[in-house]
Write a protein that binds this ligand. Sequence first.
Ligand code: SF4
Ligand code: SF4
Length: 213
Amino acid sequence: MTGQSTSERVRYPEFEARHPWLVRLLDAYHLSDEAVRADLAEQTALRGRSVACGPGCRNCCVDQVIPVSEFEVLGLWWYASEILEGQIQEELKQRLLGHGQVGECAFLVGGRCSVYPVRPFVCRQYYVFSKPCGPGENVYETRFKDAYRAGLDSARDLAWQLIPLYGVAEENVDWLFESGYISRKGKHLHTLPLDNIVMHMKTAAHLRKARNA
Ligand code: SF4
Ligand code: SF4
């Protein structure tokens, strides 16, 4: 959604030193991005059609169900509070408080994803071939052949990063993955109390100010 990713893993040393879950989440996102990048290149050649997604394209950020695990939500929460600042953070606050366009993802600010480096997996793996999605179009229904479908190996790599965060022993990761553990742990992003992030933004700003005083 809203453009392809870069190949570099994003790094936030100060925060990664404090939050082990963040290291795993960013590793998992990077693995996912790399797997998708390789897949897209292969499928572009096989299908003889180009990926239609690009910067500024955003119909996929409107009227969509976004399933997320709690660690993906934590990533959004952290990024919005600790990394975003200035006008973009102010605009995001308004959207999180429910003042955005009906149907648009709350994190879409000024037509772009405001949390792009930590956008959820489903957003990182949603690509379409041939031509951009129309408003309200669900390509799985309208032109299934143009929908990109992420490979199972990439999903298994992700499981190895994320399932241990739930306190699961490594020997249990494979069978839990096969049983759909991550999906069962998921929630729909826009059914969560996202306005709580605004309160956390204010607390984080207050703490930063106190630290810098
Ligand atoms: S988090 Fe929202 S704005 Fe960002 S890519 Fe996903 S749907 Fe779009
Ligand atoms: S083509 Fe569709 S999936 Fe790709 S960025 Fe545009 S709206 Fe999103």
